[in-house]
Design a protein around this ligand. Sequence first.
Ligand code: SF4
Length: 432
Amino acid sequence: MPSLLNPDRPPAFCPGCSHEQSLHALDRAFQKLGLTASQVVMVSDIGCSGLFDTFFTTHALHGLHGRALTYGAGIKLAQPHLTVVVTMGDGGLGIGGAHFLAACRRNLDLTLLVLNNFNFGMTGGQFSCTTPAPASVASRFLNAMERPMEVCSVAAAAGAPFVARSSVCEKDLADLLARAISFEGFSLVDIWGLCTGRYLGKNPGAPQEIQNTLAGLPPYRGPVAQNLRREYASHYREHTGGAPWEVPEIQAQFRPPITERREVVLLGTAGDRIISAGTLLAHAAVSAGMHVTQKNDYAITVMRGPSVTELIISPEPITYPGVERPDVVVALSEEGVRRRRELFARVKPEGRVVVAKGVALPPTPASVLHVDFQAWSIKRRERALAALAVVARGGDPVTGEMLENAAASTLRGKSLDSTLALLNRAETLPVG
Ligand code: SF4
């Protein structure tokens, strides 16, 4: 197979930088595996290791420092046929340590190459999570105060099923990389090398020290027997019955009942199922081929505080998702009303405000429809949905049939039965 290196962008590292050897070893590994450029994604983050993707003709994604594994995970879940190779330096590895542990624990089929040269080369040679304590680096004594991270042992302890330690001096590096890439599951290769630009000058004995250190560490050369297990994405698909990225599509099966954009705001208190009702309304609107935005506002605490959902429903694409002059407001609690008090003066005069009995409203030019939910034994958590059924009586912005269809598409069993019964009852609720 031909090289996947980009002939128009030759490697541009400092003279003698070990990254160049790793780059060519990786290219040879791709060739050994017969991979074409369109089958491979190179994912990188910040630092000199972050230049790797630019030297190949493969797909590429370059992102924030320490986050390369998260992008790689997303790509692999969404496009499982692609070979995903992530490069990180020891700097990025320390910054994204939690992502590293998650990748080891999760076992998604991607390969991480840690281009480990014991310092932040690109930013001036500061100490990283792997800098040896005796090393001389730009951040002076700080590395002497911390214990360096032993990457492979951490990976193995965290559950990585393929762990290998190597150096750019090893002749079989390309073979090792090919084995790591073809391993079905998460594979890590910790590749030791030297940053000639920042590290070697201050640590001239480093090459020999590195070889001595390597020789004294536990050997990691591939599969870790106690960590071998099922690959994450295939396991995930088995649970979901499909590909992880598949989102059920809402089919358009109704004609849009409106010709212009509508703004709908539901106001209540946590526990009133305000946001669930808004989501059902959104689903109903989409089932008529309309465009919808939904914006929620609620306290991060559970079961207390106001709850607000704002929807825009339009037969035309929505270019601005902010609610300016509502057509419909549902007010189920004074707490919710207080949260959007200023909104009531802006409701369109031809608009409607559906308000639960006992909730005081600020002045509004719109028609106000009072509903005594309590008198009709409609519980608090059912009122938002019941109010939507009242709104839908006029077929604007959705019809009752569309709401029932949305419920049937998203709910099952007793939950569906009780929701349909509620929608039917609410159609005849007296309003005053
Ligand atoms: S700064 Fe260090 S890691 Fe970066 S290109 Fe130069 S030698 Fe290589």
